[in-house]
Design a protein around this ligand. Structure first.
Ligand SMILES: NC(=O)c1ccc[n+]([C@@H]2O[C@H](COP(=O)([O-])OP(=O)(O)OC[C@H]3O[C@@H](n4cnc5c(N)ncnc54)[C@H](OP(=O)(O)O)[C@@H]3O)[C@@H](O)[C@H]2O)c1
Length: 280
């Protein structure tokens, strides 16, 4: 049995689907706050809070492998206690969803907790794989309200291009790392196949919608104000640092999605093709 935490989010929901589809028994963990748990044969939803390791113990019972996805910066998670509980329950393999910035900015307040969690996973004694995705294509969903209301995209750093990754690619790499041999001890950086700027993404979206979208570049401060409604200050500031002043490694197209899946990473345009209805 495979335990997936963050099971109702961008990556977790697809991962649960894909593991169940290929015949694995899955325990899907979330608090049940953001959206209802997945419901399908082979999937057992369990409500637990990663901030309370004891609440996870029933989910871990009888598990072989754990997909560890912590929301936000992961500062609320006691990694050592959690991995000890997993080992005690018989888990032998753990795949951690971290962030590219845990590698590129390990000392930033926003990403230090994930960098520390990586180290805890690597020294846990379990078979481990670490996934370090860059920015998700699904971050574009933040544009839905202004697109629906005003046919307008408000974004900072209009011309800074980054290789956004499709969360479905992350889920497929995660499924491979959880179920195939050969990924133990690997740290994979997961990006899209090409860099696109917010202005280019708005153009791609407009083409898919079949109508023009106005693009308005907002200041970092204006964007920060908006982000603080959804995330802690440290995460907003760390994210804006990456979006506005990416480091050379954050601009690089990683070969790892293709290396693991044997096919190219999904382009932003393909992600839009699958997701455009959400913007209409
Ligand atoms: N977005 C990006 O561009 C980006 C880039 C790199 C890395 N990341 C990393 O990716 C992760 C987010 O992945 P995602 O976008 O797939 O997730 P997401 O869509 O934000 O969903 C979060 C999931 O975790 C669950 N959850 C939240 N708090 C929880 C808690 N305390 N205990 C148990 N479950 C909890 C949520 O359900 P409930 O709320 O119902 O519990 C939901 O299932 C974060 O670690 C982030 O740092 C994101």
């Amino acid at each position: 049995m495979i335990v997936v935490t963050g099971a109702t989010g961008n990556v977790g929901r697809s991962l649960v689907e894909s593991l169940a589809e290929s015949g694995h028994a899955v325990t899907a963990v979330s608090r049940g706050v953001s959206s209802p748990p997945p419901s399908r044969p082979g999937v057992t939803p369990i409500a637990a809070d990663l901030a309370d390791v004891d609440s996870l113990i029933p989910a871990l019972k009888g598990a072989d492998a754990l997909y560890l996805l912590v929301s936000g910066a992961g500062a609320h998670v006691d990694g050592e206690a959690l991995l000890q509980a997993a080992a005690d329950a018989g888990v032998s393999r753990v795949v951690l969803q971290s962030s590219q910035a845990a590698g590129t900015r390990p000392d930033a307040v926003s990403h230090a907790p994930l960098a520390a969690l990586e180290e805890t996973v690597r020294s846990s004694g379990l078979e481990w794989t670490v996934l370090r995705p860059g920015g998700f294509a699904t971050n574009t969903f933040a544009w839905i309200p202004s697109i629906r209301a005003q046919r307008t995209v408000f974004s900072p750093f209009g011309d800074v291009a980054l290789p956004a990754v499709d969360p479905l690619d992350i889920a497929e790499v995660a499924a491979a790392a959880l179920t195939d041999t050969g990924h133990s001890g690997q740290t994979y950086v997961l990006t899209g196949p090409e860099a696109t700027s917010p202005r280019q993404r708005a153009q791609i979206l407009a083409a898919a919608l079949g109508e023009p979208l106005e693009f308005v570049e907002v200041t970092r401060e204006q964007a920060r104000e908006q982000m603080l409604r959804q995330m802690p200050e440290s995460v907003a500031d760390g994210t804006l640092d990456i979006l506005g002043q990416p480091l050379p490694e954050e601009l690089r197209i990683s070969p790892d999605v293709e290396k693991v899946l044997g096919r190219p990473a999904t382009s932003f345009a393909s992600w839009v093709g699958r997701s455009v209805d959400a913007f209409g």
